[in-house]
Design a protein around this ligand. Structure first.
Ligand code: SF4
Length: 96
């Protein structure tokens, strides 16, 4: 599992339950174009996958596999959420 920097004020208790504890961190930061399959296999059975993914989304993690998703997959989720927020504001401006 990746080490987090000291100034990240987020509850990270979920990390104690991470499937990737003790797994080579390099697996989760493959070179560009390299396979992410092995890392995603580790994530697949992880009980804190959602916490991990939400942490990465909330903190704008740009690199690596978090919550079983690649940078590109997380970008897609961020875009979809931004669009959904925009739609909600357009429908109900009071919610902005
Ligand atoms: S989802 Fe993957 S990267 Fe995140 S804590 Fe679990 S095993 Fe580690």
């Amino acid at each position: 599992m990746r080490e987090l920097t000291v100034d990240e004020p987020v509850d990270k208790g979920w990390q104690d339950y991470a499937n990737c504890l003790g797994v080579d961190p390099d697996l989760f930061f493959p070179e560009r174009g390299a396979s992410t399959r092995e890392a995603k296999e580790v994530c697949k059975g992880c009980v804190v996958r959602i916490d991990c993914l939400e942490y990465a989304l909330a903190n704008g993690e740009k690199f690596g596999i978090w919550g079983g998703m690649s940078e590109r997959e997380r970008r897609r989720i961020r875009r979809q959420r931004a669009l959904a927020r925009g739609t909600a504001v357009a429908i109900n401006p009071a919610s902005a």
